[in-house]
Design a protein around this ligand. Structure first.
Ligand code: DX5
Ligand code: ZN
Length: 251
């Protein structure tokens, strides 16, 4: 568990952090910061997670298959290894053309939530498969995919991931044109009183998070802004504070 990860003394000192630090996802709509390990040093992943754990609600795990996106990252064995070092909720973002083949392995490895992309099709069956595996269910859409593509599934999922960059790489700039779609999603959630998180991913930092929060996002994924910072936990707390300072629906 966490004891296996050497938290620096400063990292332990993050005070009054509402970070959840447990595998319970928490109520839909709550403000959550989800550091993305994509920008961490893969050679010392457990230590890097330890550096940010006290300031994180979830851990975002980017899985890339070299087909859906032109990049390859990590798979179930790495998730299983990390699972032994932290009790954080694992928010696994599957950028894959055939996630159905791997969902059981991710569940077995210790994923808590999995998010599949609507662009690959077969969404209904994938949602059913994820539910059957006891996973929290997420659905993602790319910046140029219209909201109408996900609308029919909103009642059946726990999380909608609005990509704010084209998936595949960390360190890109947020595409502001996605904000009207985030607002549309939030309006739909309110109108239908849906239990649904709205997550944004790509180019999120303490400057852009408030913009996404104002549009209606409540889960903020950040990779380079957090792990590119010399004190990652400070950056995560700064993103949280920036959202709190914005008048939003995120609690
Ligand atoms: C991009 C990934 C993101 C990535 C974000 O394809 O889905 O989760 O880690 O990285 P930053 O925060 O650096 O844009
Ligand atoms: Zn991601």
């Amino acid at each position: 568990m966490l004891g296996a990860v050497q938290l620096s003394r400063e990292a332990r000192r993050v005070e009054n952090s509402p970070a959840r630090n447990g595998r319970d996802a928490g109520p839909a709509g709550d403000l959550r910061i989800a550091p993305s390990v994509l920008s961490a040093d893969f050679g010392m992943l457990a230590e890097q997670v330890g550096e940010v754990a006290a300031a994180a609600d979830w851990l975002h795990v980017d899985v890339m298959d070299g087909h859906f996106v032109p990049n390859v990252t990590i798979g179930p064995p790495v998730v299983a290894s990390l699972r032994r070092h932290t009790p954080l909720f694992f928010d696994c973002h599957l950028m894959m053309t055939e996630p159905g083949r791997y969902l059981p392995a991710f569940a077995e490895a210790g994923a808590d939530g999995c998010t599949v992309h609507v662009e690959i099709g077969g969404t209904e069956a994938l949602i059913e498969q994820m539910r059957g595996l006891g996973l929290r269910v997420g659905l993602a859409l790319n910046p140029d995919t219209p909201f109408d593509a996900v609308r029919p599934f909103l009642g059946g999922v726990d999380l909608l991931l609005c990509m704010t960059v084209f998936p595949g790489f960390g360190g890109q700039s947020l595409i502001a044109d996605v904000m009207p779609k985030v607002a549309q999603a939030r309006a739909e959630v309110e109108a239908g009183a849906l239990e649904l998180d709205i997550e944004v991913d790509g180019g999120i930092d303490a400057t852009t998070a408030p913009v996404a929060a104002a549009a209606g996002a409540n889960v903020f994924v950040a990779g380079s802004a957090i792990f590119g910072h010399p004190r990652p936990w400070e950056s995560a707390e700064a993103i949280r504070a920036s959202v709190r300072a914005t008048a939003t629906g995120a609690r």
